[in-house]
Design a protein around this ligand. Structure first.
Ligand SMILES: CC(C)(COP(=O)(O)OP(=O)(O)OC[C@H]1O[C@@H](n2cnc3c(N)ncnc32)[C@H](O)[C@@H]1OP(=O)(O)O)[C@@H](O)C(=O)NCCC(=O)NCCSC(=O)C[C@](C)(O)C(=O)O
Ligand SMILES: [Mg+2]
Length: 347
């Protein structure tokens, strides 16, 4: 089905022309900064060289009486720093909040082309994206912004998951989506207070064999269905899917497992909420060196990407060539940005 004729037309006279495809960027982690905390904001200059995206958070986790300080703090950190090819994103308040209009009216003219992405919380359907799309076009035209500010939706309500495909298709500004496990759990009535990861109560039991006790039990992944829905919707419309927060900072192993599940299922990155999670995301969302080496063998053995060959006893064909290309393209992006990986991959 073709997009409507005006899908790529600016929504306001003077607004920048929408993109027809996403810029190629390495976004292994979206690092959350609470901009109202001066001590953390002061770390932004060093964070810029450590992470792929710096995000100023204005929504949940910012106390109601600090919303203005967070907005002003974000504008200051955006104006005071040169982000180079590190992304500068902001999570604005919800569209039904008393703060969101001031967020948009203050940030767009203050940061103009420096702002890459606006993360929109609690997206329920395409209508939320349409609203932000139109307001951004008007603010961009008024402020003389020359490149379109992109939108990243958080998938964190039951209705949002029901509408995930229409959200992905709602605007040329759509850059991607993140799974928001805390609000989604509350919205669905899930019985967990954890922020991401597994739950010991969500498991399946092996059949009872004789009277051998205890019966083997296998913990299952609470987020598998939602991540798969999000990845399918994002990939269909050329967006990037992300895993969101992992709240237990004291359990880096479980954080890595959750990130790796998301990576293997097609996610491009995850959120880092604390410095201790940056390297976990870097390790997980940069392709494994052996996978890259094997993928390069496949591409070398099938230069035009067609046919069938055997490599190390495994059949390779057009489909595995495409899988190999995903891995090698990502490795090239990471190597271009992260010289450690350039040496590891030999790229
Ligand atoms: C939790 C907090 C208060 C613990 O902050 P702390 O200072 O108490 O922690 P710490 O371990 O004592 O900090 C150690 C050092 O790291 C620094 N530090 C600490 N955090 C950061 C950071 N993010 N970036 C850079 N530096 C940081 C901190 O300043 C300190 O520096 P120092 O050694 O010089 O004293 C702090 O880490 C924080 O605010 N993190 C962000 C939390 C956040 O944004 N939560 C919302 C996203 S999740 C969500 O919204 C859900 C979702 C999607 O909506 C849904 O599922 O529904
Ligand atoms: Mg939330």
């Amino acid at each position: 089905m073709k997009p409507p004729r005006d899908f790529f037309k600016p929504l306001a006279i003077g607004a920048p022309v929408p993109l027809t495809s996403l810029p190629i960027r390495t976004e292994r982690m979206i690092h959350f900064v609470p901009p109202h905390i001066e001590k953390v904001r002061a770390k932004v200059p060093q964070l810029i060289s450590q992470v792929d995206v710096v995000l100023g958070n204005l929504e949940d986790a910012i106390p109601a009486d600090a919303k203005e300080a967070a907005r002003d703090g974000f504008i200051a950190m955006g104006q005071e720093n040169d982000f180079g090819d590190t992304g500068l994103w902001v999570r604005i308040n919800c569209l039904n909040s008393p703060w969101v209009l001031d967020d948009l009216m203050a940030i767009v003219p203050a940061l103009k082309d420096k702002l890459d992405v606006i993360m929109l919380p609690k997206v329920e359907g395409a209508w939320d994206v349409h609203y932000l799309d139109q307001v951004l076009a008007q603010l961009e035209a008024q402020a003389g912004v020359s490149k379109p500010i992109l939108i990243h939706a958080i998938l964190e309500t039951a209705q949002g998951v029901k509408n995930v495909e229409e959200i992905a298709a709602a605007s040329p500004r759509m850059q991607g989506m993140s799974l928001g496990p805390a609000d989604l759990a509350a919205s669905r009535g899930m019985k967990t207070t954890r922020v991401g990861g597994g739950h010991p109560g969500y498991r399946v039991l092996a059949d009872l064999e004789g009277d051998s006790l205890p019966r083997p039990a296998f913990q299952q992944d609470l987020w598998h269905y939602t991540i798969a829905r999000m990845v399918d919707a994002c990939q269909t419309y050329g967006l990037k899917a992300f895993y969101g927060p992992f709240g237990d900072f004291s359990d880096p192993e479980a954080c890595e497992a959750q990130f790796r599940n998301a990576f293997l299922m097609g996610c491009a990155g995850a959120w880092s909420l604390h410095p201790s999670q940056i390297d976990i995301a870097k390790r997980v969302f940069s392709p494994d060196a052996e996978e890259v080496a094997f993928a390069r063998k496949i591409l070398d053995a099938m230069p035009d990407g067609t046919g069938a060959v055997m490599i190390d006893g495994k059949m390779q064909d057009d489909a595995t060539w495409k899988q190999a290309k995903v891995i090698v393209d990502l490795a090239k992006q990471v190597a271009a940005r992260d010289k450690n990986f350039s040496e590891i991959y030999g790229l």
